[in-house]
Design a binder for this molecule. Sequence first.
Ligand code: FAD
Length: 383
Amino acid sequence: MDYDLGADADALRQRLRDLIHAHVPADFLGACTDDPADLELCNAFCRTLAEQGLLCLAWPEEYGGGGGDVWHQTIVREEMWAHHEPRGPQYMGVNWVGPALMRHGTDAQRAKHLPPIAAGEVIWCQGFSEPEAGSDLASLRTRAVADGDGWVVTGQKVWTSYALMAQWCVLATCTDPDAPSDRRITLFLVRMDSPGIEVRPIPSMLGPHHLNEVFIDGLRVSREDVLGEVGAGWTVMRDALAYERVGIARYARCESLMQRLLEVLDDDGRWEALAPALHARWVRALVDLRVARLLAYRAVGDSSGVDPAAAAVARIVTTTCDQNVAEVLVDAAGPDALDAGADALLHGAIDDHWRYAQAATVASGTIEVQRMLVSRSVLGSSR
Ligand SMILES: Cc1cc2nc3c(=O)[nH]c(=O)nc-3n(C[C@H](O)[C@H](O)[C@H](O)COP(=O)(O)OP(=O)(O)OC[C@H]3O[C@@H](n4cnc5c(N)ncnc54)[C@H](O)[C@@H]3O)c2cc1C
């Protein structure tokens, strides 16, 4: 396969960089900070991307997309992650909520939900994990009990990223506790301000407002809110997680941080003074990042859709790079890596990257579970 994305791709990258340069300050570090202006900036930037047809570049035009291909969308996500993801939480709607709706939603759901995502007007969150059901999602216990022509939902979610910022959630529930594990789960599209939903933030080193608990008590949902078939939520989740895993181009963030730190260290002669062993780790990390990029491209390039095992391979390598690069950056920058504030090295991005990297091999499914998924695919086994 030829991974040269061509002159078009270079022009698109430059256009995105110019937009980021014009709209995103150099010290921006993502939406989950103490400053509410950062989330505002993300929302405004998404609208700007959308107005230029760049937010959902690979979506069909009928849904508000730009009619581009998956490689164009790959370039968008790489440039966004290389600049601390100025789409903020909206990357989730673009990456997996939209594709899940296109594949499993009804015409009415597509008409209702896809245009606002493509216009950069809505934040979605993912209500899958529960206190006793993270890796083993099939055992989740949030119950949707049939009631009249709908259901009443009661239960609890945990680690729900961006739940306080989100207007909508893809909520995984158990509709039939006696059914086999692949027929127990039903997904609902729910408004986060519905009566019966309460969000409580979980303080963490990922910054305020990232992780949350979601308590659900007596939430009413209807048949129109079901995503996919009743009892067939597992199929939708498997697709959604594959799209999510391949859609987070953190390898691009790692490469950009390494490049920027190299420039800073080179400027004042510190680069040459680093120990040869650290230079060797630096080069090894760069090679691993190229491998991560190519594995992501392999998953994206599969014309039959994103294969969960290929997405898992790409995710394993990217998150391992995340952690390795975090250590290399901290060792190369020395104590300056931990400085905060306006004058901090790379505006505090190394510290920010190190903190998130610790969670990278857990978020979106742990690395152990990803390895199991790959081994099952290689061995052709379902258990
Ligand atoms: C930053 C971050 C953001 C997140 N965002 C979201 C979100 O938006 N929405 C959401 O629904 N969830 C989210 N999660 C939750 C995440 O998906 C779960 O934490 C993850 O799937 C692991 O589940 P758990 O925490 O219950 O750990 P467990 O499943 O209890 O795992 C504990 C340990 O046991 C290992 N383990 C478990 N089962 C097996 C097995 N069968 N074989 C071998 N080892 C095993 C795991 O690998 C892990 O090391 C997020 C998590 C993080 C860290």
